[in-house]
Design a binder for this molecule. Sequence first.
Ligand SMILES: Nc1nc2c(ncn2[C@@H]2O[C@H](COP(=O)(O)OP(=O)(O)O)[C@@H](O)[C@H]2O)c(=O)[nH]1
Ligand SMILES: [Mg+2]
Length: 285
Amino acid sequence: MTFTEKLKNFFGIKKIVSAELFEELTDLLVEGDFGPAEAFKITEELETLCKKERIGDGEAVRQRLSGMLENMLITPQTPDFRAGAVILLLGINGVGKTTTAAKLARMCLDKGKTPVLAAADTFRAAAIDQLEIHGERLGARVVAHQRGGNPAAVIYDAIEAATGTDGIIIADTAGRMHTKSALVEELKKIDRVVESKAPDAQYLKWLILDATTGRNAVSQAEVFKEAVAINGVILTKADSSAKGGVVFSLSASLKLPVVFVCNGEKYGDIALFNSKAYARTFVGL
Ligand SMILES: Nc1nc2c(ncn2[C@@H]2O[C@H](COP(=O)(O)OP(=O)(O)O)[C@@H](O)[C@H]2O)c(=O)[nH]1
Ligand SMILES: [Mg+2]
């Protein structure tokens, strides 16, 4: 049974609104990857609201919960991909950075814009090849150096290549270094290069998080936030059995909006995040 099905059943079975219902709901939210403090806070508020409105059936509680969850989420601005924009894709290994870079390049092409893919994950040769294959398939330019090269230099070159054109730089980065501090330092260096090379450009720093990692996504976000001022999150692998509660923590605790959700490996498997739809799906509506 998926988590959503479980939540759906819960409200179906729970006909009587009691203190016990809210207690059980707190546990369920934690099981669904909510932080315990957030789960407790929301069920407490929900209980107060239900008492005030004299709500007597599970279905009505579910509706109120959906509304409260929707309000917890930060609604992202629809990205407009301005000419000369720099999009930095951050995240640990395997979350889907390279795949998402290709999806965003395809999105730019569909809008009649010119993506320039920057292979700034120089840590693994395979990452450079993977991006080049996508570039070839999509008909998008790829700026790459050798494996082991300086990632900040790759991005510098990509910005240079796009200067004077309407190009949009989409930079893949490495999610792993020998140590956490080395990773943070490298990301800071990249950040400084973008700030000095393209000071007036639209600069988007998006953290890619794998929906299946659960609460660990929050710790990942904290590490990357320490390195650079992240603008938003792209949630990948939402097509899996992920429970999804972590998205509420990203909004509530870290003030990070989810911008896009990816639900598959194909170029078209990416959609703008919709707070209302996300909250409704979470509670099984
Ligand atoms: N099911 C699913 N798989 C995905 C999604 N995004 C990426 N992947 C897969 O996840 C794996 C790692 O992706 P990759 O882009 O190489 O991750 P990176 O290491 O962060 O660059 C690949 O097998 C991708 O096809 C998604 O939204 N859904
Ligand atoms: Mg990669």
